[in-house]
Design a binder for this molecule. Structure first.
Ligand SMILES: Cc1[nH+]cc(COP(=O)(O)O)c(CN[C@@H](CCC(=O)O)C(=O)O)c1O
Length: 304
């Protein structure tokens, strides 16, 4: 990823992609203390547009606030940098990664004295779990790792340190021949995927886990709104793994994953083993929104 043409925004300046480097004693490199966001820009008839930019930047601000990191840039500056990351890299669509990290000014666990840095990069990133995943669905396993208790990692923050748990889970799943991992919370209830939220459909009802131990996903919120417009309320409840096994439909949501159907959990076929009709309806509604084809949600798109 480092050897490519393009430009990256670092601390208010645009650098050639290959020159956007940090020192090996960068505090976040050692201790994983920082936060980030993931956004997508989509091609629309009016040109590239970023999906729910304000919500993502608000969550970045919340994440930094939760970690007691003072952001050195206002939201408007970050929004402008996100837009320019798309245009300066000549992207018709792509993935945008803002990252807040602590510098090499201080070593040792306590970061006091380390400067706060902000990076924004954008690149072309297709279907996160593979194009066939969106079409045909994926096979997942419940991880042997639990998702964090909120007093271990505060789950409202999209903190970098959360992702060691995600990496352990997804590597275990793929080692065992699955596409993705589902994590339970410390009490054994379904929390979320390694980097996605989860929904299930049972007897015509749309259900989702409580977000106590999960990231409050923006795609999750989008799906709740779109489901409401289809006359379906998304109900949050504690969900057990065997409720997943007996669901009629299961799907994952995320900026990178978009809306990915799940056709099997722990070698139990979900429904008829193919993406379900409500999953398909929500996929179609979601992609209509992100591609600027649904005027009701034009406000979710920020032209670059
Ligand atoms: C743990 C987790 N839970 C839920 C979500 C869904 O949140 P949202 O994107 O706001 O709907 C994501 C996003 N995962 C990001 C990181 C992916 C990566 O591999 O990096 C993403 O989808 O951009 C998570 O990382």
């Amino acid at each position: 990823m480092q050897d490519k043409d393009g430009f990256i925004w670092l601390d208010g300046h645009w650098l050639p992609w290959r020159d956007a480097k940090v020192h090996v004693l960068t505090h976040t490199l050692h201790y994983g203390y920082g936060c980030f966001e993931g956004l997508r820009a989509y091609a629309t008839p009016a040109g590239p547009a970023i999906f729910r930019l304000a919500e993502h930047l608000k969550r970045l601000e919340d994440s930094a606030h939760i970690l007691a990191i003072e952001l050195p840039f206002e939201r408007a500056a970050l929004a402008a940098a996100c837009r320019q990351a798309v245009t300066r890299n000549g992207l018709a669509s792509g993935y945008i990664r803002p990252l807040v990290f602590l510098g090499a000014e201080k070593t040792g666990v306590d970061p006091a004295g380390a400067a706060t840095h902000v990076m924004i990069a954008a690149w072309d990133w297709g279907a996160y779990l593979g194009q066939t995943a969106l079409e045909n669905g994926i096979r997942v396993r419940v991880s042997s790792y639990a998702r964090h208790h909120p007093n271990v990692q505060m789950c409202r923050a999209k903190a970098i340190s959360m992702y060691a748990n995600s990496i352990l889970a997804v590597r275990e799943a793929r080692r065992d021949g699955y596409d993705e991992a589902l994590l339970l919370d410390t009490e054994g209830y379904v929390a979320e995927g390694s980097s996605e939220n989860l929904f299930l459909v049972r007897d015509g009802e749309l259900l989702q886990p409580e977000t106590t131990s999960a990231l409050d996903g923006i795609t999750r919120r989008t799906v709740c709104t779109l489901a409401g417009e289809l006359g379906l309320a998304a109900r949050s409840k504690r969900i057990t793994r065997d409720e997943l096994y007996c669901a009629d439909e299961v799907f994952l949501t995320g900026t990178a994953a978009e809306i990915t159907p799940v056709i099997e959990v722990d070698r139990r076929k979900i429904g008829n083993g193919r993406p379900g009709p409500l999953t398909r309806q929500l996929q179609q509604a979601f992609f209509a929104c992100v591609r600027g084809e649904d005027a009701r949600h034009a406000d979710w798109l920020t032209p670059v």
